[in-house]
Structures are given as structure tokens and as C-alpha cells.
Write a protein that binds this ligand. Sequence first.
Ligand SMILES: Nc1ncnc2c1ncn2[C@@H]1O[C@H](COP(=O)(O)OP(=O)(O)OP(=O)(O)O)[C@@H](O)[C@H]1O
Length: 238
Amino acid sequence: MSRADAVPGRHGPARGRTGPPDEVLVECRDAAVTFGQGAHAVVAVHGASLTVRPGDRLAIVGPSGSGKSTLLHLLAGLERPTGGTVVRPAPAGPRDIGLVFQSDSLIPALDVVENTALPLILADVPEERARRAALDALALVAADDLAERLPEEISGGQAQRVAAARVLAQAPRLVLADEPTGRLDHATGSRVLDALLMAADRTGAALVVTTHDPAVAARFGTRRTMRDGRLLAAEEAS
Ligand SMILES: Nc1ncnc2c1ncn2[C@@H]1O[C@H](COP(=O)(O)OP(=O)(O)OP(=O)(O)O)[C@@H](O)[C@H]1O
């Protein structure tokens, strides 16, 4: 597989926790996922090959049910391939992969700022520093006014912004976002996307999103289309 199924972003030089230029964060080699068995088997992903390196900006596009989320779950290590392999050359530590998923993943008993700071606290960042980083990240997605609220007191779209802020605060090397703007109006969606792209530029992270939205995909250096579980060839931005 050649360099850059996903190419580096166009948003300036990467800084932060960068590694060697050819470093691979995660690679799918002919990776497949079949759910169920026999007559009920659904092949969600057919033999996908994809390499993600620091600084990559990749949008996986395609219609509902085409396998985008399943591919993202493979990259995240949340789904095991039923065929082929997914290789992660360096073992992923607690702060190495940041996930922004469709389903609400906030902890009900923690308020918004505590939820946002949680990955840092789990990685032993001192509480006050973690809280400040969380508030900064919430401000980036215009959610700092929600800081003291519980998840049940915010809307689904606001929860999506908080999930994005949590990843921004964590500053992981690989950010995987499943339809990060799916439930947001255009202006708020743009703001979340700006924040994710800016944070990834700042830290040198790779950013991989799934999306239905061509306007979102257009902001990414590389677009890969999923169709009926098949990952089509790269279409690189000019
Ligand atoms: N846990 C599961 N068990 C059985 N089938 C599943 C499971 N998860 C996904 N599928 C099926 O696999 C296929 C791909 O689903 P996937 O969620 O990856 O698509 P998607 O492109 O992300 O869709 P959407 O844009 O609607 O989120 C679909 O046919 C779906 O019904």
C-alpha cells in the first residue's frame, strides 16, 4: 500500500506528539467484518485496506448502511476483523485514540466539564490542569456555558459538541469521529469541524471522520467512499 491512502492536511505544519515521517498509527490489511452467520450473515466491510499516519485528514463517505461506522470501529479497535488484519504498530495508550461517536457516550453522573476532563484524569493529569484544559476545549466548540450541566440537561446536538470537546482536551494522536456533525445545524457543525481540524493541526494528530455530508467531506485532504461494504479507491483533494 503506497504512502497516503490518506494524505496530510492542508492546514499548516503539524506540531506536538509527532513521530517519524513514515510512522503508521493503524493499518487495515484486507480487513473484513461479517455480522451473524449463515443465511443471516451481513458483510458490513469487505476486505478494506487503509493506512492512517500522523497528520492524515481522511473522510469516509457513503450512504447509510454502507459500512462506514464498522470501518471506523475497526480502526478504533472496537471491532475485531473477521477476515484480514488490523495492525497497530505502536501499542495504543489511554490518550492515543480519541473517539467521537454517534451514540451519547457521556457519563450521566458527571457534569459536562467533568465528562470533558475525564480522559485526562484517567491519564493521571492533575485535576486542576485537566479542568482548565476541559474548559478551553469546551470554549472551542462554544459549549463552555454548559460546563456545570448534567448530560440529561443538554440536547443531543450539545452532547455531540461535548464529545468533540472531550477529544480536543485529550489531544490524542488519532481522532476517530463518526458523523461528528450529524445532529448539528450547519453553523454549529462547521464550528465543531473547525475545532477538530484545528486541534488536529495543533497536535499533529490524524483525523478520520465518517460523513454523509459532501460539505464536510470537502474539508478533508482525502476522501474514501464506502459502497455496500466496499472501500473504493482514494480521491485526493486538488
Ligand atoms: N452489530 C451488528 N450486527 C448486525 N449487523 C450490523 C451490526 N452493525 C452494523 N450492522 C450492519 O452492517 C452494515 C453496515 O453498518 P454500518 O453501521 O457500518 O453502516 P454506516 O455506513 O455507518 O451507516 P450509517 O451512516 O447509517 O451509520 C449495515 O447493513 C448494518 O445493518
